[in-house]
Design a protein around this ligand. Structure first.
Ligand SMILES: [Cu+2]
Length: 146
């Protein structure tokens, strides 16, 4: 008898799967960050009713208000509540942020904290103006008169 061996040839197919590069490259993308600064932090209140008197707080060399809304052709009282100890502030109104035009309202004196001072603003014509502390130019905002 003759044995017939069937030797199953086991082919070890060495599949060199170069699947290691399966990690998607995200680096080419522009960062569409979902967490882009939601600037709704302490959103300064936007006035809707023109007033003849307002109190604005100066704290840490910043105003608490960036927008003021005054009644036109009326005397306005702006009370500066200066909470910065030993720091002088004042309240000035200019025609526009360039400050190259005439100063609409020039403060006659400063208020050194901690203290308050009421500035009497003569009647203003309707329009848009710019206010600032003349000592700290970064303390500024918009005055709308109507
Ligand atoms: Cu100031």
């Amino acid at each position: 008898m003759r044995r017939w061996f069937t030797l199953p040839t086991l082919l070890f197919a060495l599949a060199l799967t170069v699947s290691a590069c399966s990690t998607a490259k995200d680096t080419g993308f522009p960062a569409i960050a979902a967490s882009s600064s939601t600037s709704a932090s302490p959103s300064p209140s936007v006035p809707t009713t023109p007033v003849t008197a307002v109190t604005i707080i100066a704290k840490s060399i910043q105003w608490d208000l960036k927008q003021l809304l005054f009644q036109a052709n009326k005397k306005i009282t702006v009370t500066v509540d200066n909470q910065d100890s030993a720091v002088p502030h004042n309240f000035a109104i200019w025609a526009d942020p360039t400050r190259t035009n005439k100063e609409i309202y020039t403060p006659t004196k400063d208020v050194t904290g901690v203290a308050t001072l009421a500035y009497q603003i003569p009647p203003l014509k309707a329009g848009t103006y710019y206010f600032e502390c003349d000592i700290h130019k970064n303390m500024n905002g918009t005055v709308t008169v109507k």
